[in-house]
Design a protein around this ligand. Structure first.
Ligand code: GAL
Length: 526
């Protein structure tokens, strides 16, 4: 058969047009000074943004708020919701209790005047909880030692009022300084450490812990707190040493859903005093001891996990010991839902980028219910007790959120929730970006290529696509290339810009983008 030359030329043209080889250069670029909001405003029609998977233990209270954007009123419903659970049509809250372990596949529906949406939701009833990384707020990076019950309530209120609850943000976590302090002269931090039965007492700033937990639950959110396996926390407040059972019971009685457990003053030699004396209360040093012995490092975390497991309540367990003894290698074994891999983050490029980009290699230890934790988010109004805006530039903030989502890290907002500006809100409410963090496969991204300051990080998603970050750690704009062969892909693929929520086109063999200084282009490749 003879080929018609005109037909061949036409074919070639179609081929050239359908496969972009050009370098992607987004038009609404972010600069070091202009805080360009990339996240499009949510549409009025419903969109369900919750993670598609949720773990719960049998016999524990169930609370899950279906996160959905779109005009209110909205009516929620669910198909195949297992017996024992109830979905409130107005609020989208699922409550109740499951008694029989198993996998339950539910379809969630949300409907309003503008249309409807549905999403598959797998409830996994068994020993594992926290199947996707926790998303919420923590008091430390903004308030530090100045946290109070009122500030925690205000943060919870703001989580709802800002609409962030509709994007899946859930936990309201009190860090250090809800307990009584050993050294402070501030009367609001003083008082008896424990009652006569040994039960931990909050400081006078937290008059009603149960009331506070009820208040937060009443908003459809969950609540967390903080302690140390040592006698003292890092801030010199009362810790849990030799009181783990009582403390776990108290947290559950109050209704807490999350515990951050911070090594601080713990030292293995304390174990000799367990159950026989209170000499350990005389300990004044901070920092405990940094043993290299793995069993000794694991021990205090096992003690508390086993106390938590005995409670009729699911409590997410967040290990904090700054990465000692390669905690990523055994954090899951001691029942940690996450473990801090480094020291504390600060809101500057050096700290954030050093922590974030040093996570390569840890990906093999993360999976559903157990995650590496590169520390909390440093965007918005922060200051560890003296509020001021983050010192990260707009591009650095896009890098921060993109990288943490690729790392499948816990996302804990560190800023004052009552002072969220539109830029920060945009950073925290991009559903396509957050979906990278909350993907049910729970795979953590690894670095797939590095060319000087230019790095490509990628993770596999449950639908078979890849989330890919093209990062420029250098001081001037540069073109970053993601080779499809580095992702295990061949041929032509559809590429979508996740921050801008726009399809870019189809690309053959590789995708390249111009990336600003300290910036990112985050894409998903199908
Ligand atoms: C540090 C911890 C911080 C914060 C602080 C409270 O050890 O890394 O995130 O919890 O203690 O004192």
């Amino acid at each position: 058969m003879k080929h018609n030359p005109r037909y061949l030329v036409l074919l070639l043209c179609i081929f050239a047009l359908s496969t972009r080889a050009a370098v992607y250069a987004p038009t609404n670029e972010v600069s070091d000074t202009a805080a360009t909001i990339l996240t499009p405003k949510p549409l009025p029609k419903p969109r369900i943004n919750s993670a598609g998977i949720f773990g719960v233990r049998p016999g524990t209270p169930f609370l899950f708020t279906v996160a959905a954007t779109g005009e209110r009123p909205m009516i929620f419903s669910a198909r195949h919701l297992p017996a024992g659970l109830h979905l409130d049509a107005q609020s989208g809250r699922i409550t109740g209790m499951l008694t029989t372990p198993g996998d339950y596949t539910v379809t969630l529906h949300a409907k309003n005047r503008q249309g409807s949406a549905k999403q598959r939701f797998n409830i996994v009833c068994g020993p594992k909880i926290g199947l996707t990384p926790a998303m919420g707020w923590n008091s430390w990076n903004c308030f530090a030692h100045a946290v109070s019950e009122d500030k925690v309530k205000a943060a919870a209120d703001a989580m709802v009022a800002s609409g962030l609850i509709n994007h899946g943000w859930t936990y309201i976590n009190i860090d250090d300084f809800w307990e009584v302090n050993r050294d402070s002269q501030d009367p609001t931090l003083q008082g008896p450490y424990r009652d006569t039965d040994g039960r931990i007492l909050p400081n006078p700033r937290f008059l009603d812990m149960k009331g506070l937990a009820d208040y937060v639950h009443g908003l459809g959110l969950k609540i967390g707190l903080y302690s140390s396996p040592g006698p003292w926390t890092c801030g010199g407040c009362v810790g849990s040493f030799d009181h783990e059972q009582l403390d776990a019971q108290q947290y559950a009685d109050w209704g807490f859903d999350y515990l951050k457990y911070d090594w601080c003053s713990y030292m293995p030699s304390l174990e000799a005093e367990r159950g026989i004396s209170t000499n350990y209360m005389k300990l004044k040093t901070w920092g405990g001891s940094h043993t290299k012995d793995r069993e000794q490092l694991m021990r205090p975390y096992q003690v508390m996990r086993s106390a938590l497991d005995q409670q009729p309540r699911d409590i997410i367990y967040s290990l904090c010991q700054y990465g000692m003894g390669n905690v990523w290698e055994w954090g899951a074994e001691v029942g940690g839902n996450s473990w801090r891999t480094t020291g504390d983050i600060r809101d500057n490029w050096k700290s954030m980028s050093r922590i974030g980009f040093s996570q390569n290699g840890h990906e093999k230890y993360a999976g559903p219910g157990h995650f590496n934790d590169p520390d909390m988010l440093v965007v918005g109004q922060l200051g560890w007790g003296a509020l001021r805006p983050t010192e990260l530039t707009p591009n650095e903030q896009y890098t921060h959120i993109s990288l943490w989502c690729l790392l499948t890290a816990p996302l804990l907002i560190g800023c004052d929730m009552t002072q969220l500006d539109d830029f920060t809100l945009g950073l925290l409410s991009n559903d396509e970006v957050l979906a990278v963090d909350q993907d049910p496969l729970a795979q953590q991204a690894a670095r797939v290529s590095k060319d000087g300051d230019l790095e490509v990080w990628a993770k596999g998603m449950a639908d078979g696509s890849h989330a890919v970050g093209l990062f420029n750690r250098g001081e001037s704009p540069a073109t970053v290339e993601a080779k499809f062969s580095d992702l295990g892909l061949k041929g032509k693929h559809r590429v979508r810009d996740l921050w801008r929520q726009k399809d870019i086109g189809k690309f053959r063999d590789s995708f390249s983008a111009v990336v600003p200084r300290h910036g990112v282009v985050l894409v998903r490749i199908w």
